[in-house]
Each structure stands twice: as C-alpha cells, then as structure tokens.
Ligand binder design. Structure first.
Ligand code: GLN
Length: 237
C-alpha cells in the first residue's frame, strides 16, 4: 500500500510548524508499513489531481496569501477541486483554511477569492487571537495553538470541528473552531495540530488511503507520547 502526500505551497504556507502535519501523516503511515511519497507543490507548479491522496495546506501571513490566492485562481484551485471531487483529502490550517472558504477579506484589501471547498468566509478583524485552544467536538477533544486576526463564519454546509473550551476559535464570537465538509478539513490550530491529536491524524490518514485502496482499518499505534503531549497542551493556561 502507498500513500502520497501533497504539501501545498510548502515554501509560502508553513507558519508555526504546519509542515509537521506532513511529517506526522508520513510517519504514522510508515509505522504501519505503508510506503509514503511526499510532494511539495509550490506556486507556479502544476498540481496533478491524480497524484496525491492527501494535501496539507498550512498557514501564512497576508502577504503570502496574496501570492497563493493568485496561483489558486490561475488553475491550481480548479485542479485541487478536481482532486477533492475524486476523493482526495485536504487538511488546511489558518491561512490555508481561509483560502478554502468562499473568500478572505484582509485589512484594507479587496477580497481574496477562495475555492469554496468549505462553506465559510473570513474577514480580517481588529483582534489578533493568540493562544492555546482546546475544543470538544464530533471528532473528539482536540488541542492546538492559534495566531490569526481573520474571523471565519461558517455557512450551513460546513460542520465545525467543535466548540472551544479554551481559546477563540473561528471568530471569538460563536464558540466554534474549524470546519469540515466531507474530506476537507480546516482549522486554526497550528502547532502542528496532528502530532498532539493522533485520532484526527489517523482519521485523515484512513480517508486518504481509502481513495485508492477501499475500506481501510489501521492497526493501533503505541501513542503514549502523543497522549502525553495532548494532555500537556490541554492543561496549559
Ligand atoms: N493572515 C491570516 C490571519 O492573520 C492567516 C494567519 C495564519 O495563517 N496564521 O488571520
């Protein structure tokens, strides 16, 4: 069995350790004897909708988002959308998450058009939300770290990852954090998010493998360290 991971805009969108999500998915697959290939897709590269099973789309500052939004509009967005329609999985974080919604409106700038893969929109606010997040939701209790000024508002087509018990989440108002629609996930949790949330990592890994291999049941891993990291993050003020 083989897994191919696409690191979207790896040079531009990799803030606060988000590349660690690529490393986590690759390692949790290799620990199960699965062959892994990792591909970095940068601005100007041609994304092959057939090649990758899962894409990691990290965060970045507004200036990086301007470049990425242009590249998405120049064709990469259509190809990523085609990959998703064919069963590829996407984990997007913060700036990447914002560009998978309908639009992101930065301060003093016109809206950056998003892909609409997540039914949400984002407007830059006056508060920068910085700190630890803990949330409870249908995918379990999750922990992470946020640093964003964008306020994301979900439409009816998107389910939140959960409700924040600590932190601001999507917008600091409605208590939601993140979103998912089918196999497209968005979150404000940097850190990276997956090492401290092994159940979420394995959910994404399973869905990615199922694109080409049909139903997959991953054997459990010895997650003592991951659980300790999760509890340590959860207990932070
Ligand atoms: N520029 C966006 C914001 O500030 C995203 C930042 C990020 O990816 N951490 O909301």
């Amino acid at each position: 069995m083989k897994l191919t991971i696409g690191f979207l805009y790896g040079r531009l969108m990799n803030i606060y350790g988000d590349r660690g999500n690529v490393v986590t998915l690759a390692q949790r697959a290799r620990w199960r004897g699965i062959d892994v290939e990792t591909v970095t897709i940068n601005a100007g590269d041609e994304l092959d909708p057939e090649r990758c099973d899962v894409y990691v789309f990290g965060g970045g500052q507004d200036r990086e988002q301007f470049v990425v939004a242009d590249d998405l509009a120049a064709g990469t967005g259509e190809r990523l959308t085609a990959a998703v329609a064919d069963g590829a999985v996407v984990l997007s974080v913060c700036g990447g998450y914002q560009l998978l919604g309908h639009y992101y409106r930065p301060h003093g700038h016109d809206e950056l058009r998003g892909l609409g893969l997540i039914d949400a929109h984002t407007i830059a606010g006056d508060t920068r939300f910085i700190g630890n997040i803990t949330l409870h939701g249908p995918l379990g209790d999750l922990v992470g770290f946020e640093n964003h000024s964008g306020c994301t508002y979900l439409g009816s087509g998107a389910l939140p990852l959960g409700t924040v018990a600590q932190g601001s989440g999507n917008n600091g108002e409605d208590g939601t954090e993140g979103a998912y629609t089918g196999k497209v996930y968005g979150t404000y949790m940097h850190g990276p998010v997956l090492p401290k949330n092994p159940a979420l990592a394995d959910r994404i890994l399973t869905e990615a493998l199922e694109r080409r291999h049909g139903p997959v049941t991953l054997p459990p891993l010895e997650d003592t360290f991951e659980a300790r990291a999760h509890e340590s993050a959860r207990s932070r003020p």
